[in-house]
Design a protein around this ligand. Sequence first.
Ligand SMILES: Cc1cc2nc3c(=O)[nH]c(=O)nc-3n(C[C@H](O)[C@H](O)[C@H](O)COP(=O)(O)O)c2cc1C
Ligand SMILES: [Fe+2]
Ligand SMILES: [Fe+2]
Length: 399
Amino acid sequence: MTKIELTAGVYWVGAIDWNLRDFHGYTTLRGATYNAYLIVDEKIALVDTVKHDFSGEMLNRIREIIDPEKIDYVVSNHVEMDHSGSLPAIMKIATKAQVICTEKGKEGLIRHFRGTWDFRTVKTGDELKIGKKTLFFINASMLHWPDNMFTYLKEDKILLSNDGFGQHLASSFRFDEDVCSLAGYDCDTVMEEAAKYYANILMPFGGIILKKIEEIRKLGIEIKMIAPSHGMIWTNPIKIIEAYLKWAKGESKPKVLVIYDTMWNSTQTMAKEILKGASDSGVEVSLFHLRKTDWSEIIKEVLESKAVLIGSPTLNNGMFPTVGGFLTYLMGLRPRNKLWATFGSYGWAGGAVKAVNEKLKSGGYEPVESIEVNFRPDENDLGKCYALGQKIGSIVKAG
Ligand SMILES: Cc1cc2nc3c(=O)[nH]c(=O)nc-3n(C[C@H](O)[C@H](O)[C@H](O)COP(=O)(O)O)c2cc1C
Ligand SMILES: [Fe+2]
Ligand SMILES: [Fe+2]
């Protein structure tokens, strides 16, 4: 195994999950990695571990560098099992190691592993000197769970950000710049996956992200590299920080998204007519059938688009189940700064559009317009759909 060094004495000792295609419902089309980092100085610190199944892979990487028995500190930036799953395995070997985490981290780790380890809890501003290198801790509550923290390597200016700034991407490369080095091939894979990750995992926490970035600026922390716990290490941290600022503020493209399901294609006919109207108004458009596209991909599109239109046929007085499921997922992610509209077809008493509108309202969103059509849309209905598309398109275009 080749040793992977971020800088002198800082190694990547994580694992690559090439075959992962479903990360608790999030479709990881390109696999994933669990990044752990080994810091070797007078004392040795391991920052985060990997998913349980991969503890052997991590230990082998550590053994290439040092004897894992010699680890003095295991820093746990996050309790979630993709990062703490191999903690019991490492603590069995590194018997003298202290576990460093936040107070909430300690509570969570005890609930998960019932471990009676030697815990040291830390908060923002606490430091741990391990020789020439200093680990500086920054609380990062809710990025991704209440227990999260960042570990900053002071002298090397590397931020170990755990889930923050991550992407799900299995690759033989470890650094962002290496993924896109061949002309003619897709070069934005890392950013694309970072956007999908942000949209599906961190979108609800935009406000917290803005405050955290501001807090880090105020602490006067200079960041040369961001090493997250998933995917590529950012050698150009400004690129991803700027993207996070944009996403967290709810800045999007002038794009109209039409998302729907249908049983007998009436709602689909409406969707396509709306799409035509929006497209004719000169903005980018996209259309997604909820049983044909992976939802985590659609969520990434939601993040990037200004307008979101939701269509559903009526089924048993309510909305179609996939629309209900998708809206439940979407409302939980609390998208910011969108323009909403709704539509759908019904046979007799209807109910779908009303239910969609209520669901949106429960999230604090007000659709600008709704169209309901009895059975198949006629010329008049199609005209209304086209006009709705045009109206939304022009609002989006005007910014
Ligand atoms: C299983 C099933 C249940 C339905 N339940 C209702 C209902 O409760 N109320 C209603 O107004 N229409 C109901 N409909 C009628 C559909 O809403 C209607 O056919 C509509 O045009 C379907 O739109 P679509 O072509 O986009 O699927 C039902 C249709 C099916 C197939
Ligand atoms: Fe997490
Ligand atoms: Fe994670």
